[in-house]
Each structure stands twice: as structure tokens, then as C-alpha cells.
Design a binder for this molecule. Structure first.
Ligand SMILES: *[C@@H]1O[C@H](CO)[C@@H](O)[C@H](O)[C@H]1NC(C)=O
Ligand SMILES: *[C@@H]1O[C@H](CO)[C@@H](O)[C@H](O)[C@H]1NC(C)=O
Ligand SMILES: *[C@@H]1O[C@H](CO)[C@@H](O)[C@H](O)[C@H]1NC(C)=O
Length: 365
């Protein structure tokens, strides 16, 4: 199948469903919202013209003021995914979309969105977390009538320990609610056991992403008192940077749990000798083993690692050996020219020399 044929969103949806044969189209369409990140000003387009599923369009129409946060959430998630995986074979990118695909409809993720792998788990979690983060920021900024700073903390604190709650504490509750409402597609109304397990997995990973935001809430304080003596402190709760949240989720990804595809009601681990260990709501779950992401697969949108820059001396995932999957690498010499040894000459100019340096750049064969 040719991606160039993807011209309209309904066709994109139909094609993905056919290509992947895993999700009913509604569930797939639920993830078209990621395309919003690449729209210039979605507010101007209005809810009807954005790549949203029917349910999301309804929600968007009722709460159009949330559109900037939806876009910001998508942007945060995509950026963090690419940053966390920049040195790995799967680097959170898909093969370049066909040039004919109109803006925002090219696939951002290919196969990973519905393959039920660890990568799928990470994408769902980081996107759900991004939405919580962006909506909560907007609440705290006073941009929303339905939510604001956490008011339950007002007047609390401990006078004897010399601190009290003040300022604006981030309140993630509304963001969590909205992320659930916007992303969690109900499981009922699906066909086949395969898709049911995958949907349950995706819902679980969405929630794991949101839990990561809640878990990493921290407390910031500011000192008051005579010349910074810190006799009195004002403290407020704040979300962690999204980078920290991405880091925690990456850790969850490394330790993600494979679940059985024969799941009926309750999900359980695939490893028989670990069945007794509980599955916590912050764990990331996957069903299928990942491909090795070494070679390009246009059909699945896997770009492969050919041409990726690798590090000759690293033993890690970015090392040429691992990243290039044993195919070897090419070395090019890159010349840098810069101004150097600059001197101030009285009066009044600066004289520099031109320095050249050579560095080796290695790219996978
Ligand atoms: C709040 O609204 C203002 C004005 O519309 C906007 O510039 C700002 O980026 C918004 N802040 C957040 C965190 O959404
Ligand atoms: C199930 O899907 C059909 C068609 O896709 C729709 O008309 C119906 O309302 C759905 N039912 C539920 C409970 O979502
Ligand atoms: C390559 O890897 C080594 C060892 O991990 C590291 O010290 C070095 O900074 C890396 N070089 C680049 C260009 O990232």
C-alpha cells in the first residue's frame, strides 16, 4: 500500500485499520489528535476541521478553550519521546511521510501505535501525561474557568515548623480528568479478543502516564524573613518538568511487563512463574515483542537505522555496533571552521585567527 494515496482523514483511518487489522477505526482515529501538534493555529480551524475522532470533536466543541492545551500536550509528548529515545534504534520517528500527505495527516508514528509493543506502551503513556501536564499548566495560569490552583491547601501548613501553603499549587485533578475523557476510548464495542487485549493495554498505559505526573509532584518553597533568614516559608505544590516525567516513563519502559494475550477479564503476566506478582497501575504493559527496528520496513513505517549517526566508542545503544545492527558504519570527516585566539587591538578592534578542526562522524551502513 502506498502512503501517497492517503489524502483524506477518513481514508487515512480506513487505510490504517485495513493495514493493521487490529483496531476498529474509532480507536485508531482516537490517535489522530497527535497530528494537531503540526497545525499552525488549530484554534482558527475550529474543532470540525481538526484530526479528531467523533467523540473528541464533541468534547472539543464543548470546550474549545482547551485546544491550545491539547496541542501543547501533543507537542510535549512527541518532543519528550524523541528526546528519550534519540540514541536508540527506535528513535520515536517513522519513515518520512509521503510528500503528498497534507499537513497534519502524515503518520507521526507508524506501526508502533497499534502493535502492542513496549514502544506502543511508551507512546500512549507519554501522550496521556503530556495532556495532563499542558492542561494543568493552563489551569494554574488562570486561563480556565473550570479549574485553577489547588484551593484545598489554602491556610494549611505548620506554623511551628515555620511554613505555610501559599502561592499557586498545581492541581492535576482537572488535567487527569480531561486526559481520561479525551483519550480513554471505552473498551466495549470492539471485535475480536486481540483488539480487546490491546485496548485494555492502551488504557492501562494511558493511566500509567497520568500517574507518573501525579507521582512526581513536588513541593517548592520560598523564604521570607529578615535578610533572607528563612524564618517563614511559603510553599506550593508543583508538577515536575516534563523531562523528569519522560525520564520516569523511560524507566518504566525498560521495566515494562509483558501480559498474556489470552486475557479474559483481568490482565495477567505472561511469565507463568511471575503470575502472582501484582500489576501496579504505574507499570507499563505490552503484549507483543518488539521488532529489532534495524532495517527499513515501509509498510510498517519503520525507518531502520541506515544513515543514523553512531558513536564508535560507546558500548551503549548509540554505539556503532548496536545501533548499526552489526552492518558496520561509514566514516566521514567533517571540517569545522571557527574564529579563535581573538585579541583586542588598541583601539578599537578585535583580531582573530581562523581555526580549523576535523571530527570524524560515523553513520550506519
Ligand atoms: C494562558 O493564556 C494566555 C493568553 O491567551 C497565553 O498567552 C498563555 O500561553 C496561556 N498559558 C497557558 C499555560 O496555557
Ligand atoms: C457501537 O458501535 C456502533 C457503530 O460503530 C454505534 O452505533 C454504537 O453506538 C456503539 N455502541 C456503544 C455502546 O458505544
Ligand atoms: C561517545 O561515547 C563515549 C563513551 O560513552 C562518550 O564519552 C562520548 O562523549 C560520546 N561521544 C559523542 C560525540 O557523543
Amino acid at each position: 500500500m502506498d502512503r501517497a494515496a492517503l489524502l483524506g482523514l477518513p481514508r487515512l483511518c480506513a487505510l490504517w485499520a485495513a493495514l493493521l487489522a487490529l483496531f476498529p477505526c474509532g480507536a485508531q482515529g482516537n490517535w489522530m489528535w497527535l497530528g494537531i501538534a503540526s497545525f499552525g493555529v488549530p484554534e482558527k480551524l475550529g474543532c470540525a476541521n481538526l484530526p479528531l475522532s467523533g467523540r473528541q470533536k464533541e468534547l472539543c466543541k464543548r470546550k474549545p478553550y482547551l485546544l491550545p492545551s491539547i496541542r501543547e500536550g501533543a507537542r510535549l509528548g512527541i518532543q519528550e519521546c524523541r528526546s528519550q529515545f534519540r540514541h536508540e534504534r527506535w528513535n520515536c520517528r517513522v519513515a518520512a511521510p509521503a510528500a503528498a500527505a497534507p499537513l497534519g495527516t502524515g503518520p507521526l508514528f507508524g506501526y508502533e501505535l497499534s502493535s502492542g509493543t513496549k514502544e506502543t506502551a511508551f507512546i500512549y503513556a507519554v501522550m496521556a501525561a503530556g495532556l495532563v501536564h499542558a492542561v494543568t499548566r493552563s489551569c494554574s495560569a488562570g486561563n480556565m474557568t473550570e479549574c485553577s490552583c489547588d484551593t484545598t491547601l489554602q491556610n494549611g501548613g505548620s506554623a511551628s515548623e515555620g511554613w505555610h501553603w501559599g502561592g499557586c499549587s498545581d492541581d492535576v485533578q482537572y488535567g487527569m480528568w480531561f486526559s481520561r475523557k479525551f483519550l480513554d476510548f471505552p473498551i466495549r464495542n470492539t471485535t475480536g479478543k486481540d483488539s480487546k487485549v490491546l485496548l485494555a493495554m492502551n488504557l492501562h498505559n494511558n493511566e500509567a502516564g497520568r500517574q507518573a505526573v501525579a507521582k512526581l509532584m513536588s513541593v517548592d518553597c520560598r523564604c521570607h524573613g529578615v535578610s533572607g533568614s528563612c524564618a517563614v516559608k511559603t510553599c506550593w505544590k508543583t508538577m515536575s518538568s516534563f523531562e523528569k516525567i519522560g525520564h520516569l516513563l523511560k524507566d518504566k519502559y525498560e521495566n515494562s511487563i509483558q501480559i498474556s494475550e489470552k486475557t479474559k477479564k483481568k490482565m495477567h503476566r505472561r511469565e507463568k512463574d511471575q503470575r502472582k506478582l501484582p500489576i501496579r497501575k504505574e507499570d507499563l504493559l505490552y503484549v507483543n515483542k518488539s521488532p529489532n527496528y534495524c532495517v527499513e520496513d515501509k509498510k510498517l513505517g519503520i525507518p531502520g537505522t541506515q544513515g543514523r549517526e553512531c558513536n564508535r566508542t560507546s558500548e551503549g545503544a548509540d554505539g556503532c555496533n548496536l545501533l548499526c545492527c552489526g552492518r558496520g558504519y561509514n566514516t566521514h570527516v567533517v571540517r569545522h571552521v571557527e574564529r579563535c585566539e581573538c585579541k583586542f587591538i588598541w583601539c578599537c578592534y578585535v583580531r582573530c585567527r581562523r581555526c580549523e578542526s576535523m571530527t570524524d562522524v560515523h553513520t550506519c551502513k
